[in-house]
Ligand binder design. Structure first.
Ligand SMILES: N[C@@H](CCC(=O)N[C@@H](CS)C(=O)NCC(=O)O)C(=O)O
Length: 222
C-alpha cells in the first residue's frame, strides 16, 4: 500500500487526491496526515523539503512534489490518462497545470505575507503576488471556452480556483470572468472535487503551529 502524507487544507495535496479519485485508485493509497507548520511534524524526515504532499511508494521510495506524484499515480491504472501522451495535448495540459499551481503559489505567498506581524509585512509583495494571480485568472478566462473533459491541467486549475475561494474569499475573481466561473461551477460538481473540498484542520498532537514563521502563533496555515 502506498502512503500519502497530506494535510486537508493543502491545495497541492488536493491535486493528488482529485487525481486519485478521477483514476479510481483510492483503495491503493493510505492517507497519513501531518501539519507541515507544526512543531512536532515529521514531514522533513520523509521529504527533505519539509512539505506536503509526499508519497511513500510500496518499495519505500518517496516522491514529491505534487506534479511528480500526480504523474506517478497516473502511471498506475489502465483507464484514461490524466497526463496526455507526448504531443500538443500534453504541452497544453502541463502548461495549464503550471497556471493552476501558479495561482496557488502566488495566492499562498500573499496569504502568508498578510499573516506576518505588521512590522515584517510588505504590502508591495502582497500586491505583486495578487497581480500575478489576476493575470493567471485573465489568461484562464480567455482559455475557458476550450476546456473539455478532465486532465491534469484542468484538475490543477480547478484546485487553484478552489484555493482562491478558501483563502481569498474577498477577492471576487468571478465578476469579470464569467466563462471561468461557469466552468468552475461545473467542475466542482464532479465527485472528485466535491469530495475533496479544503477544510480547516489543527493536528491533535502537533504542538504549537507556525513556530518557524513571522506569523502569530496558533494561526491557521496551509
Ligand atoms: N511545489 C510543491 C509545493 C508544496 C507546498 O508548498 N506545500 C505546503 C502545504 S500547502 C507546505 O507543505 N508548506 C510547508 C513549508 O513550505 O515549509 C508541490 O506542488 O507539492
Amino acid at each position: 500500500m502506498m502512503k500519502l502524507r497530506y494535510n486537508p487544507m493543502s491545495p497541492y495535496v488536493r491535486k493528488c487526491t482529485v487525481l486519485i479519485e478521477e483514476v479510481g485508485i483510492g483503495d491503493r493509497v493510505e492517507r497519513a496526515p501531518t501539519h507541515p507548520w507544526a512543531e512536532f511534524t515529521d514531514i522533513h524526515t520523509v521529504n527533505p523539503l519539509g512539505k506536503v504532499p509526499a508519497l511513500v511508494r510500496e518499495d519505500g521510495g518517496v516522491l514529491y512534489d505534487s506534479a511528480v506524484i500526480c504523474e506517478y499515480l497516473d502511471s498506475l491504472h489502465g483507464g484514461p490518462r490524466m497526463f496526455p501522451a507526448p504531443g500538443e495535448a500534453r504541452w497544453t495540459a502541463i502548461r495549464r497545470q503550471t497556471l493552476g499551481e501558479g495561482i496557488v503559489d502566488a495566492g499562498g505567498d500573499a496569504m502568508r505575507e498578510r499573516r506576518r506581524v505588521e512590522h515584517e509585512r510588505s504590502p508591495g509583495w502582497i500586491a505583486r503576488q495578487m497581480a500575478a494571480v489576476d493575470r493567471c485568472l485573465d489568461a484562464l478566462e480567455k482559455e475557458a471556452p476550450a476546456f473539455a473533459g478532465i486532465d491534469i491541467g484542468l484538475i490543477s486549475i480547478g484546485v487553484g480556483l478552489g484555493f482562491m475561494d478558501f483563502r481569498h474569499p474577498d477577492h471576487d475573481w468571478r465578476a469579470s470572468r464569467p466563462g471561468l466561473a461557469r466552468w468552475f461551477a461545473e467542475v466542482s460538481e464532479r465527485p472528485s472535487f466535491a469530495g475533496t473540498a479544503p477544510e480547516e484542520w489543527v493536528p491533535e498532537d502537533g504542538g504549537r503551529l507556525n513556530t518557524w514563521t513571522g506569523w502569530p502563533r496558533g494561526e491557521a496555515a496551509d
